[in-house]
Structure formats: structure tokens, C-alpha cells
Design a protein around this ligand. Sequence first.
Ligand SMILES: C[S@@+](CC[C@H](N)C(=O)[O-])C[C@H]1O[C@@H](n2cnc3c(N)ncnc32)[C@H](O)[C@@H]1O
Length: 226
Amino acid sequence: MHTFEPTTDAEEIERVPAADGELALRRAGEHYEIISNGCFLMDTRAGASERLLARTALAAVTAPGDLRVLVGGLGVGFTLRETLTDPRVAHVRVIEREPAVVRWGRGPLAPFSGHALDDARVHVVTADLVAWVRSGAGDERFHALCLDIDNGPDWTVTDGNASLYDDAGLAALRERLAPGGVLTVWSATASPGFADRLRGHFARVRVERVPVARGEPDVVFVAQEG
Ligand SMILES: C[S@@+](CC[C@H](N)C(=O)[O-])C[C@H]1O[C@@H](n2cnc3c(N)ncnc32)[C@H](O)[C@@H]1O
């Protein structure tokens, strides 16, 4: 997903300043693309691995209800939409750094998320996820942390995001999990070093691969206590 080339004949809808650069929303036919500093970030065409990010986390959670989920970041909302299909989910905290992405999510991208931002269970925080996780803001704990803010642990969209995936970042994420909680992390590359690092923090770690039209499969890392 995040690694396709931008469509050359796409029409630019809006371009805004963003963390470390700029962000653009482009339309190509019925579909939209989000471009970060000229680099493809996400589009509305596919989404299988983004949905799996939520589905595989929630499948591993055994709690019967009142689930709390964190989704970071929003993108076009495929992961968020998937969380809302689980009737056990009572609260979804979305952490998205770019205000424009949230605005687009309520505007032209709303149909692609099934208007997920209007769901009463969804609570959006416009913030840097890396800082938010480490700050202890709100002291919230989650049954599932579904993270997709980069092209992967080895391919971050901004330099500051790298510290989400180091030992201190993983320790902070673990602190955010409720008992029996699950962490899932999206990646465009296999990142074996990251899988090993996860094993240093979580008892159970597995790697799901999702075939894509071109190139390496997308990867979802799944990490859980006990
Ligand atoms: C690839 S998209 C997410 C795709 C999403 N899984 C979906 O289903 O559409 C990555 C998102 O993370 C956001 N993002 C990047 N770095 C972030 C950070 N440090 N904190 C919060 N959001 C961030 C981007 O603005 C973008 O909306």
C-alpha cells in the first residue's frame, strides 16, 4: 500500500504544511491518494493489510466486551473502519498527527471509512503518537494498539517516528496495554530486527504476511503478553 508510486495524472485537491514538510491530497478517478513530501503515504484503492492490522489484533483479544482500541494514524480510515465492525469495541482512540488528514477524513475520504469518524465510539486526538504514548497522557490502557504511521519500523516517514520502534518505544507501548492486550504494527518490509526486538518485550510474537500486487508482501507484526 504505502509504497506505490503516486498516480501521474492525479489531480491535486489540496496541499498543506505538515510535520517536516507538506502533505497533499490527490484524486485519481474515484480514488484518493495522500502524498507526504512527494512520497506516497496511503490511498483508497486497496487496504487488505490495513484491515488485517485491526482484525488480527481483535481476534487475539479474549475479553468479552467493553474493548478499548488505539488506532494510529488515521490515513484513509481502513484500519479504523475495521475496528468498528467488532461489536465488543466500545471505545476507539485515534491518534493522528496531521489536522488535514482528520479534516479530509470527515470530508472527501469519509465514504472510504464508512463515515467512521461520526461513530460515537470514535475519539480523535490530533497529536504526535510517539510523544503521546511516552507522555502518559490520560493514562489510558487499551486492549489493542493498531499502529500504522510509517512504511514500517525500518522506513519511517519522519525521523522522529523511529523512536516508536526502539526498546524505549516498545516499553512505552507495552505500558499502554491492558492485561491480555495486543500490539499490531504495519510494515512494508520484513524488518527481522524489529521482530527480534519485539520478542524482547512480548512473550508471543508472530508475523503475518499479506501478498500485494507488486513487490514484497505487506507485513503485520502481532505481539502479546503471556
Ligand atoms: C499510512 S497512513 C495510515 C493508514 C491507515 N492504516 C489506513 O487504514 O488508512 C499513516 C498515517 O499516520 C499519520 N502519522 C504519521 N506520523 C505520525 C505520528 N508521529 N503521529 C500520529 N500520526 C502520524 C499520517 O499523517 C497518516 O495519516
